[in-house]
Write a protein that binds this ligand. Structure first.
Ligand code: F6R
Length: 603
């Protein structure tokens, strides 16, 4: 989730690029940079951290004639957030910015190094600019060289490239990552990763499709797909910037729920091969001598770890236990060196998790972070890190961070299963094919969202909610209840369904709302009888299941899948939407609920 901008025209190029980047900072902000081509010379500036650092660095620079430029705000996926890894990346005479992940960058890089190219960064992006220059040497024609470069890339990308070999042109390509190109009445050209960067500047825009590439000059836009020129489908650009940042959704949380399909695609990209799981970030030897895994986290991150601990035991056959970080810190835990200590954190700054990590390090344990923010305190301290690649999460109630954490840990469980030989090749292939399907599973259908909107009006009062589930669906019940509590301020508990009869069932009456997670693939009959017991005590029941359930007051039908994780992700989206819609009906501030902060850096 990086952001990119571009401009061709006669206004102050730097100001136009910085303006655009300001609007895209919500997509990532661990570093930013611009490259500006004027009078056949390219000037480039980069700075780590927020955009204001780049503003400071460029404050004495301006342009006042025709020129062009590209800019980028980064959310690290490959390589640390350093100035060298910040975009634009340079070759000998060209610069590139890129959003997405080039899956085949390692093999391209190897070939380019053999040809004598020198790489300065750890990023996948840098291959693009060297590849372009290599192709230019062969073709001696910039557009052909660019077209050939795009053909050689695998993965997701939105790319802008400028080159001294053709100083009046910006080359672009889009596949899987968003990019918009537009123009104003004067013929100035603008690029951006979302409308927000172009509003107030471009009057009409083209939303590029996957596979589109081409070039722009002053007053001219040429788009190709599969070597054929396309007609330009321009649309007027209207709207305000804040709603553009929300991509037309009412709340960031809603946008982030809808974004889960895209970010889960980013999470698995390059890590899920045809027959195996690969993490470039890890070294297999790191796991030598490890006999158990201790997960440690807070809140939603704890829930994701708890869910995945079932997978680690089942798939990698490794003993796994999960602890809430604030409890772990003070229980004087007995730690043994055959334990891998895994911390999970969206922000990477949660005080309790950070302190628990320090304790584990001090005790000499190997440590691994599952985190969304590169260069955060937790990432810096851990021996190894797997980034979740969710992009910035603005809604205080975590949604896409949870989804991507679960996905990373599921892949890690399979990675360990490979190392430990606990799964057959066939089983692994089946898992991989399910993983590949998950981004589709979490796409929100209009009909589902409408149904939940309607249902939500029946769940605004009463004396509380019980989210119940068994197995993996118990942590999902915990997470569903946490979401609802946070943004609706209604009392909700997540409970293992089989435990209800040991106490909480005493609460059951028609004012007790039960949200029952009833997957077909996991202990369906068991959970069914738990829900029947509640129904017999007149509890109001919303059943979520692929199988019709007569005793439910309300029912949301899910798709049948024989893989629990497919059912898990589908039900996850339903519980998120339910919390959202109840909160909306209650008139609460969905994105900034009372008493909560996005990152809890105090004990
Ligand atoms: C819930 C939520 C919190 C966080 C918790 C840990 O929606 O966001 O429960 O999960 O504060 O935060 P991180 O993951 O940043 O360590």
């Amino acid at each position: 989730m990086c952001g990119i901008v571009g401009y061709i025209g006669r206004e102050d190029i730097k100001e136009i690029l910085l303006d655009g980047l300001r609007e895209l900072e919500y997509r990532g902000y661990d570093s930013a940079g611009v490259a500006i081509l004027e009078d056949e010379e390219i000037q480039s500036f980069k700075a780590i951290g927020k955009l204001k650092n780049l503003e400071e660095k460029t404050k004495n620079f301006s342009t006042n004639g025709f020129g062009l430029g590209i800019g980028h705000t980064r959310w690290a996926t490959h390589g640390k957030p350093t100035e060298l890894n910040a975009h634009p990346h340079l070759g000998e005479f060209s610069y590139v910015v890129h959003n997405g992940i080039i899956e085949n960058y390692q093999e391209l890089k190897k070939k380019l190094i053999q040809k004598g190219y020198n790489f300065l960064s750890q990023t996948d992006t840098e291959v693009i600019v060297h590849l372009f220059e290599e192709n230019y040497k062969q073709e001696n024609e910039t557009f052909k060289a660019f077209e050939k470069t795009v053909e050689m890339l695998a993965g997701a990308y939105a790319i802008l490239l400028i080159t001294k070999a053709d100083p009046n042109t910006i080359y672009f390509a889009k596949n899987g990552s968003p990019m918009i190109v537009g123009n104003d009445e004067k013929g100035d050209i603008y690029f951006g990763s979302s409308d927000a960067a172009l509003i107030g500047k471009a009057s009409e825009v083209i939303y590029l499709s996957d596979g589109d590439y081409g070039y722009t000059k002053e007053g001219e836009i040429k788009i190709f797909n599969d070597k054929t020129e396309k007609a330009l489908q321009k649309k007027p650009l209207i709207g305000d910037k804040i709603s553009a940042q929300k991509d037309g959704y009412r709340f960031f949380m809603e946008k982030e729920i809808y974004e889960q399909s895209e970010v889960l695609g980013d999470t698995i990209m390059g890590r899920v091969l045809d027959e195996k799981i690969k993490f470039d970030e890890l070294d297999e030897n790191f796991f030598e001598g490890i006999n158990q895994i201790q997960f440690c986290a807070c809140g939603t991150s704890y829930n994701s770890a708890l869910a995945c601990s079932y997978l680690f035991e089942r798939q990698a056959k490794i003993k796994s236990f999960v602890e809430i970080a604030s409890e772990f810190r003070y229980k004087e835990p007995l730690l043994s060196k055959d334990t891998l200590f895994v911390v999970i954190s969206q922000s990477g700054e949660t005080a309790d998790t950070l302190e628990a990590l320090k304790m584990a390090k001090k005790a000499g344990l190997k440590t691994l972070a599952i985190c969304n923010v590169d260069n955060s305190s937790i990432v810096r301290i851990s021996d190894y890190t797997l980034l979740t690649r969710a992009g910035i999460e603005k809604g205080v109630a975590s949604t896409k961070a949870f989804a991507t954490q679960v996905m990373v840990m599921w892949m890690l469980a399979l990675y360990l299963a490979q190392i430990r030989n606990t799964m057959s090749a066939e089983e692994l292939k089946a898992e991989i094919s399910t993983i590949r399907h998950i981004p589709k599973t979490v796409i929100v259908e209009d009909s589902l969202h409408e149904k939940i909107k309607r249902l939500s009006k029946r769940y605004l009062h009463g004396h509380g909610f019980f989210f119940i589930g068994r197995d993996l669906f118990y942590p999902l019940a915990l997470e569903g209840a946490l979401k609802l509590k946070e943004i609706s301020y209604l009392h909700a508990e997540g409970y293992p369904a089989g435990e209800m009869k040991h106490g909480p069932i005493a609460l059951a009456d028609s004012e007790l709302f039960t949200i029952a997670l009833m997957p077909k693939s996991v202990h369906y009959d068991k959970i069914k009888s738990n829900v029947e017991e509640l129904s017999a005590r007149d509890a109001t029941i919303l059943a979520i299941s692929p199988l019709e359930f007569d005793l439910a007051d309300d029912f949301i039908k899910t798709n049948y899948s024989d893989h629990p994780m497919s059912e898990f992700f589908e039900m996850m989206v339903i519980t998120q939407l339910l919390a959202l819609e109840i909160s909306v009906r209650l008139g609460n501030d969905v994105d900034m609920p009372r008493n909560l902060a996005k990152s809890v850096t105090v004990e």
